[in-house]
Structure formats: C-alpha cells, structure tokens
Write a protein that binds this ligand. Sequence first.
Ligand SMILES: [Zn+2]
Length: 309
Amino acid sequence: MQLQFLGTGAGIPAKHRNVSSIALKMLDERNEIWLFDCGEATQHTILHTSIRPRKITKIFITHLHGDHIFGLPGFLSSRAFQGGEEPLTIFGPVGIKEYVQTALRISHSHLKYALHIVELAQEGIAYQDKQIKVVYQTLKHGIQSYGYKVIESDLDGELQADKLKDLGIPSGPIYGQLKKGEQVTLEDGRIINGLDFVGPSRKGRQVVIFGDTRYFAQHAEFCKYANVLVHEATFGRGEEQMAYHYFHSTCTQAAEIAKFAQVSQLYLTHISSRYLAHDAKQLEKDAQKVFSATQIAHDLLEVDIPFHD
Ligand SMILES: [Zn+2]
C-alpha cells in the first residue's frame, strides 16, 4: 500500500505544484488504485507515473471546489480511450453527479465502462467490502468538505509452513485446514492443532486523507492512531487568522491534529503557491516542532504505508 501525491498545490497550479490529487496504490493488496480528488491536469501528471488509468476504480472527492474536481471529465474520458473497461465509482458531496454528467453530456463523451456516482451525506460509510472500509466525516470548509479514512481489515496470521515441513507434514489441502486454525488428525495418528502453526494476525492499516478544512481540534478523533494522516497546510505558522478566515489550516495546526491523534506519520499538502521551495521547507520545519514525524509532500512523492509494529 503506497500513497503517491499527484498534485500538492492549493487553489491554482504552480510550476512545481499542480492542484490536488492523491493516489492510494493497493496493487499488491487488491490490484486497484484509488484517487482522492482530481484537480485539473491530474491525467497529465499520471503520465509521469507508473499508474495505469484503468487500474483506478474509485475516486473519492473531498469537496467541489474547482481545484479538486476540474480534472475529472478529462480523466474519465481518457480512461475510456486507454482500454479502461473496468467499472469506476465516484464518491463525493451532493452536486458531483450533476457536475460529471453535465460535463460528459455536453462534450459528447461516451464512456465504454460503467460509471457509478455516489453522493454522500454528512458522515458514515462510503464503501465497504471484506478487505477494506472507507468512512467519512464532514470538515469545516464553508462548503461540504470530507475527510476520508481508509480502514484495512486485520490480516490473518501466516501459516508457518517451514515448521510443518520440519515435522514431516507434507503440503496439501491439510495446510488450508490448519491455516483456519482447525485441529487435524494425520494418517499416522498424530493430532496437529492449526493454532500452533499460525503466526499472529496483523492489525490492518488506516490512512486518513482530509479535504480542505479549518483547524478543529475534534478532527483528531477521526484520525486517532492512524498510520498516515494527509492534512492540508495552506498557510504558514502565524497565519492562523487568515487560515480561519479562508477556511483553511496552517502547517502547525495540521501538526497539532497529528499530535492529538497520535498518528504515525503526517504529510502536509495543499501548499499555497506563495511558498516556493525554500519557504515550503520552512512549513515543514515549523510543523516538525509540534509533531516530529511530519513531511511536506511534493508532486510525484511516493511513500509506503507501513504496518504498526
Ligand atoms: Zn483546495
């Protein structure tokens, strides 16, 4: 499971930071990639990655400001030209359906795949299957804006096949029974308990991706103990009033949330174009004084999401 930042800028594109989009790559886990937001030219950025558009099966939109959705119609149409036949689902606030359908209709774009659009409420479960669940809550941004939490199910322990082989138990269907923790009687009369040969289960990972928002201490509840939190940092330290006025956060406010929530890693994104490379580094330094495991994201940055030890 990896995160790749496709666009890390706020509001308007800058030379080195395009507008918002993040890919959650789960190729090993489920052969899928999910997008969070799809700012203008996201499809151009994707050309600089190994991401294949047809692998993108879900797109979660945090809110309907243009810098988070203007890339959608173009991406959706191109995906159809690039052999995308797998269905795709878009989740987002009320209005996303009208926006997408209108853009596709007026531009005579005909997709060759099934497109589903799910409009969400205030909070709840956006998506769930056996492996994974996505919950969302409303943030504070003047218009409907969501934070999404991707919750991976706990992973079953691995069967310790080496130990079984050492005992002279050949592999076969019996391994499947043992992996389920069943007790099995061998032909030679030995009784083997599967539970003795299955390693510990692993706690699934949690990734929280916030849309644009003002600082609000209670947001920490939503990301409690997450492995990764992605939070906007449109403004720098000392600009709290401005951040409040424009419904955004400062880098240190994002770090406060990470600290309260005791997440493992914080990534700052949605960086104002007022901050060039050097100044952007300062945002990171200031945030690190509050929460040391902070990194400022840049376009194309790819990071692994480790399990908790
Ligand atoms: Zn924005």
